[in-house]
Design a protein around this ligand. Structure first.
Ligand SMILES: Nc1ncnc2c1ncn2[C@@H]1O[C@H](COP(=O)(O)OP(=O)(O)OP(=O)(O)O)[C@@H](O)[C@H]1O
Length: 548
């Protein structure tokens, strides 16, 4: 168990803190991901935990600070980012390198061979490190961190820059380590990796903890599936998709990001209307964590103030109590802080190709504009009166329509679309109030939108302590936070008449670069033979030595 309390670091006076009051626990038997974008403070947090840097706050490993651990290499294995990614001296062999570390740690040299086996390096044990790929180097660094058979692993971006096979191997290894009772804290920049790897996800932004969630909650609240579509007739397709109740967002000059309707249905719709597709792919986009800003006077247990998205109709910003400078919602498409859907780049209008001949027989989907749903029957986006300022000129109507759709399509609409659209292409039983496009080449048969729902399901307060989304004592988030779409890996095929596309640094006290296993307190104890040792999960099938 790692207990992290109030970690705070200010590098330069007058500058915002790199880390502010970071408090969370890392429990045994679980993989905990510390997730955050570049420069959000992940490495600073780890350095403070390991007493590599001065700062405020306390970190306890099994009740003791790292500095006071009697045999840190037996307690905590550390993998920190490496400069040059070399595990050790380039002229040493992997076996020689690990045996040297074993000797320094007072561990029997046989342990080095064991670990070479475990990290799938046995076949290259006699090779010099200069010939090692980044993946092999990283596994050797991990082997060094495991020499003391620690019960806890702290890893800073261990998979960054590695091949998918090596990433998969690392994930499997860390999972086995946790399943065997070990405690794992791992940093990552990518929400997708956090969702894949971790049981618990702690999200940092600009040095502040913004969410601490079980992975199921994290997936539900922070990751959103959508379909990426590209082709020369996107405005026409967008029109059709809007008619089907999908959420449509422009994505680059010739692309759409679509949610609320499946990839297959989109492909079929395009095919039926003779629309050429160059790409049709599933992907996952990230939604930002709710912004949580601690009032300056609050201390750790203070109430969290959440920055709700503001619209022009909100009027002037009210004066509020002073807060610690915190992350502000990014300007939305209209320059409104906290607008809810990322407009994407302001690229040229989507090219509208000439109408292709209709395929025969054409099964025209029924673009029903039936009775507008009532507020109680369907959650909907804001009405035009609450929407941001007017948009494109007539000459840009297709794009303008899309842009307005973007501006008008808050998070709630996604929920609405999802809940109402059949995932198997059946016609919705009622008109879907997802977007309202202006008159022009993109027209929507959709009715006027009723009022917003109270709160979308995924922003509801947690139901149980285990489903806690924000730290204890903090308020549940409110709807209306800026969305930042980050494209993830995509798979898929095009359908229709188009073409298919479809570190080696060490512990500060370690004797060698590349590993950090608390080598400062070396002794001769047989550290590899502890019962229930979680550091020795069953060997995993992994990338062979030839892979990266
Ligand atoms: N030694 C330092 N001196 C001054 N500022 C620093 C130092 N180390 C980090 N910072 C600042 O602290 C903030 C957090 O940096 P940190 O490296 O902890 O972020 P990170 O989340 O680990 O980023 P990345 O994912 O890019 O590694 C950044 O603004 C960074 O510029």
């Amino acid at each position: 168990m790692i207990q992290i309390t109030g970690l705070t670091k200010v590098y330069r006076r007058g500058r915002p803190p790199a880390l502010l009051d970071l408090t969370f626990d890392v429990r045994p038997g679980l993989v905990t991901a510390l997730l955050g974008p570049e420069e959000s403070g992940k490495s600073t947090a780890l350095r403070l935990m390991l007493d590599l840097e001065r700062g405020q706050g306390v970190t306890l490993f099994g009740g003791r600070t790292y500095r006071t651990l009697r045999r840190p290499e037996r307690e905590v294995g550390v993998v920190l980012p490496t400069v040059g990614a070399m595990a050790g001296h380039p002229g040493r062999t992997a076996r020689g390198h690990l045996r040297m570390l074993a000797a320094l740690a007072g561990v029997p040299t046989g342990r080095a061979d064991e670990l070479l086996e475990q990290t799938r390096l046995a076949t290259v044990a006699g090779h010099r490190l200069r010939a090692f790929s980044p993946g092999m180097n990283r596994r050797l660094i991990l082997a060094g961190a495991l020499l003391g058979a620690p019960g806890t692993l702290v890893l800073d971006a261990p998979t960054e820059g590695l091949s998918p096979r090596n990433i998969e191997w690392f994930h499997s290894f860390l999972r086995s380590f946790a399943v065997a009772g070990g405690t794992v804290l791992v940093t990552t920049r990518t929400p997708q990796e956090a969702a894949q790897l971790a049981d618990r996800v702690v999200t940092l932004e600009q040095g502040r903890l913004v969410a601490d969630q079980p992975v199921a909650d994290f997936r539900r609240t922070r990751l959103r599936p959508e379909v990426s579509v590209r082709g020369p007739q996107m405005a026409r397709l967008a029109d059709l998709l809007l008619g089907q109740g999908a959420l449509v967002r422009r994505d680059g000059a010739v692309g759409l990001a679509v949610s609320g309707i499946g990839r297959t249905e989109i492909g079929e719709l395009a095919y039926r209307h003779g629309i050429l597709l160059h790409e049709l792919a599933d992907r996952v986009v990230e939604q930002p964590a709710p912004r949580a800003v601690l009032p300056a006077s609050s201390g750790r247990s203070g109430q969290v103030q959440l920055h709700k998205a503001r619209t022009p109709s909100d009027g002037p910003r009210p004066r509020s109590a002073p807060t610690v400078p915190g992350p502000q919602a990014a300007p939305g498409p209209q320059g409104t802080p906290g607008s809810q859907v990322d407009a994407g780049p302001q690229a040229a209008p989507i090219p509208q190709a000439a109408q292709p001949p209709q395929l025969s027989p054409v099964r025209q989907p029924a673009l029903t504009a039936s009775t507008p749903p009532t507020a109680s029957s369907a959650p909907t986006p804001p009405t035009a009166s609450t929407a941001p300022a007017p948009l494109a000129s007539q000459s840009q109507l297709p794009e303008g329509a899309l842009m307005q759709a973007q501006a008008l399509a808050p998070v709630q609409a996604l929920v609405s679309a999802r809940s109402l659209v059949s995932s198997h292409g059946r016609q919705p039983t009622q008109a879907l109030p997802v977007m309202q496009a202006p008159s022009g080449s993109i027209s929507s048969p959709l009715p006027q939108s009723p009022p917003l729902p109270q709160s979308p399901p995924y922003l509801q307060p947690p139901q149980s302590p285990s489903a806690q989304q924000v730290p204890q004592g903090r308020q549940a988030p409110e709807p209306g936070y800026a969305l930042r779409a980050a494209a993830a890996g995509a798979t898929g095929t095009a359908t229709g008449p188009g073409t298919g596309t479809g570190t080696g640094t060490g512990h500060p006290t370690a004797a060698s670069t590349g590993t950090a296993s608390g080598a400062s307190a070396l002794s001769t104890a047989g550290v590899h033979a502890r019962p229930g040792d979680p550091a020795t999960p069953a060997p995993l099938a992994g990338p062979d030595h030839r892979s990266e």
